[in-house]
Write a protein that binds this ligand. Structure first.
Ligand code: OGA
Ligand code: MN
Length: 285
């Protein structure tokens, strides 16, 4: 069986048609999906009727899963992150609730778990309930962004390391969002600024909001470079915007793209998603 692969944007994203993720997929189909993952960085599967178990089984085909952080309000240590503005009683959690303020960090451009020693390989986000407008997710190609840089800039970046820190990125929203136990769970760590993807040999610009400064540089100078690179990477021409429908599963390569959620009227409309995260192959250093 051959899958239908429809390119979504000039440089990032493809929709995969002809696969039902509720059943185990054979090696041939898996091979086609995996190739598309390497080519397009973001894969969209529409109309998938999957429960947690099926979501987890499909994710595991790509490698071991990360456990969510114990202190993360959407986590709790298991393989599933629940991103939702609806509580157990079915009531909307107001946007000013601390949990929602914490999630609002997802609206800043980032790569999942880039603040961990072994940053995540991929994430699979499934939509259960989505608002009538807003609440999209955008993806920016770090591959196309790197490829588009002038050679001089590429050469200047060789050998640089950025410090990534969740405490840093969340402090941009509110310095008191993470308590000490949470900060201790995820201490700052160094990552290469330019990554090479082992399967394809392609290079990507590993930036995002968790990247706080360049190691060995004055903080302000490093921050200025990281901000410049982030604006470069997130230019419209490198971005695919996903408009969610219920039962969409979107899988993305955290090594090759950044993503961010977009706002919606969260006081009025539920947005209920769940995510698995595939662990990376090793540290970038
Ligand atoms: C995530 C994330 C953004 C969104 O699940 O990792 O950043 O739009 N989500 O929900
Ligand atoms: Mn994310």
């Amino acid at each position: 069986m051959k899958l239908t692969i429809k390119k979504l944007d000039k440089c990032i994203g493809a929709e995969i048609q002809g696969v039902n993720l509720a059943s185990p997929i054979n090696n041939e189909i898996f091979g086609q999906v995996n190739d598309a993952f390497h080519s397009y960085s973001v894969l969209v599967f529409r109309d998938q009727d999957i429960n947690d178990e099926q979501h987890i089984s499909f994710s595991r085909r790509f490698g071991p899963l990360e456990s969510s952080m114990v202190n993360d309000p959407s986590g709790g240590g298991g393989p599933i992150n629940r991103l939702s503005n609806v509580d157990e009683e079915g009531e909307i959690i107001p946007p000013e609730d601390r949990r929602m303020v914490y999630y609002s960090g997802n609206m800043l451009w980032h790569s999942d778990s880039s603040y961990k020693k072994v940053p995540a390989r991929a994430s699979l986000l499934f939509a259960i309930e989505v608002p009538p407008e807003g609440g999209e997710t955008e993806y920016a190609s770090m591959k196309a962004a790197y490829a588009g840089l002038p050679d001089k800039k590429k050469a200047d970046m060789e050998g640089l390391f950025a410090e990534h820190s969740l405490a840093h990125s969340r402090s941009l929203i509110d310095p008191d969002l993470m308590n000490q136990a949470f900060q201790d769970e995820v201490p700052p760590i160094p990552q290469v600024l330019v990554r090479t993807i082992p399967e394809t040999g392609e290079k990507t610009l590993f930036v995002g909001v968790h990247a706080s400064h360049i190691i060995g540089w004055p903080v302000e100078k490093g921050r200025a470079l990281l901000e410049e690179l982030l604006s470069w990477t997130t230019q419209r021409k490198f971005v695919y915007r996903h408009q969610w429908r219920p039962k969409d599963l979107v899988m993305w390569d955290n090594r090759c793209c950044l993503h961010r959620g977009r706002p919606w009227n969260g006081a009025e409309y539920p947005r209920v998603m769940r995510r698995t995260t595939i662990a990376g192959e090793g540290p970038t250093i």
